[in-house]
Ligand binder design. Sequence first.
Ligand code: FE2
Ligand code: FE2
Length: 167
Amino acid sequence: MNSVMFCMKRLSEQSKLRRMDEYTQHGSTSCLKHTIAVAYYSVRLAEKLGIKYKKTDLIRGALLHDYFLYDWHDGNGRKVHGFTHPKAALVNADRDYDLTDTEKEIIVKHMFPLTIMPPKCREGWIVCMVDKYCSLYETFKRKRPYENLLTKNPTAYAELYRQIIAM
Ligand SMILES: [Fe+2]
Ligand SMILES: [Fe+2]
């Protein structure tokens, strides 16, 4: 079993994050795969920029930014999902985890500029930008998105895994 599968297995045993794998985000990408990709590329971007940032907060905030726990493709809420899901994700995450202010900020501001208030921290800006990039990628690469990430980069996933089970 490779480390990604191991990570997913442990996630399903120890964290409510696993439920995000039941819901589609874009194309064939589940919410869980989307958030892991956003977390991974957020860290990559922060390292590339060479800025000071709170790594654990960035990863946890990114993993929980779409923790709304429903299928937004169903029902009447679809039209307003873009506006309302950051708050829904925050309510769920705040209920299930002990969040820092930075993590709350990342979650609730990630849809800027759709939701009017911009992020107040650099971690929030990073997730906001990476989320848009990943969403576009998932929408256009509908077949097996993040193939390299899922199969060829076990180290990054191992780190994410440690952060996830520490929640
Ligand atoms: Fe979102
Ligand atoms: Fe997202």
